[in-house]
Design a protein around this ligand. Structure first.
Ligand SMILES: [Zn+2]
Length: 233
């Protein structure tokens, strides 16, 4: 078993970056192929999540055992033409009314022996896809959980490993600090309606994404060196 958090990149995946365990990459490649075959794009809204409730460096084991916590799940909307299909549109009861490409995509996920579509869950979660690791191999989930969480925490620490300013992006719980404040102030200066509260929440994510779009940068909501430079930081 190899557990490592990396960014998965494909022109079919748009929206937020996909951070995932490299052992989920085979699944992501399959999803990518299904999307290609169906002629759709996958608008990522969330992938690996940082678990809240860190007590003196030890991560509290969550009740939920979500596959998002080990880098084996994504949340998405489906993009087709100019339209974005969200959780209401993707509801199981509405599938038959959707364009054929979207029906085919969901059906490919459902037909796959490993992948699971959240629309089949109770309660339903129609924007969710994972590989069922939490049920299929609970022992592996247990091993991966602290590794992936510690990598997520490292990503969200200032001046970690590289000594470079950290990447800023939307996490749960949100990143906070003076570096977030500096970004917020720069955005406010550029006319974005935002509270300078040092917390990288949804409003900051939206403002960053809108700013990047305006600047012709990759509109992924991640503040790295390119976005910092464009903000004059
Ligand atoms: Zn999900």
């Amino acid at each position: 078993m190899v557990t490592k958090l990396e960014a998965f990149k494909s022109p079919r995946f748009i929206g937020k970056p996909v951070l995932a365990d490299i052992e989920f990459f085979d699944s992501l490649e399959k999803i990518d192929q299904f999307a290609t075959d169906a002629g759709i794009k996958i608008f990522i809204t969330s992938s690996t999540r940082l678990q809240g409730g860190v007590i003196s460096g030890a991560v509290v084991r969550p009740a939920s055992r979500s596959n998002h916590l080990v880098g084996h799940g994504i949340d998405m909307n489906i993009s087709l033409g100019e339209k974005l299909f969200n959780s209401d549109a993707l509801d199981k009861s509405n599938l038959k009314n959707l364009p054929k490409g979207i029906q085919n995509f969901i059906q490919s996920i459902r037909n796959d022996p490993i992948l699971r579509w959240g629309g089949d869950f109770t309660p339903a979660d129609s924007v969710h896809i994972d590989d069922g690791l939490n049920l299929r191999d609970a022992a592996t989930w247990d091993v991966k959980f602290p590794i992936i969480q510690s990598e997520m925490r490292a990503l969200s620490q200032p001046n970690s490993i590289s000594g470079q300013p950290r990447l800023l992006f939307l996490t749960e719980p949100p990143m906070h600090g003076d570096d977030v404040l500096a970004v917020q102030k720069a955005l406010i200066q550029r006319g974005f309606n935002l509270k300078a509260d040092s917390i990288f929440g949804a409003a900051t994510d939206n403002a960053v994404t809108a700013f990047q779009e305006k600047q012709g940068l990759t509109a992924d909501g991640i503040v790295g060196s390119g976005t910092r430079k464009a903000l004059g930081l």
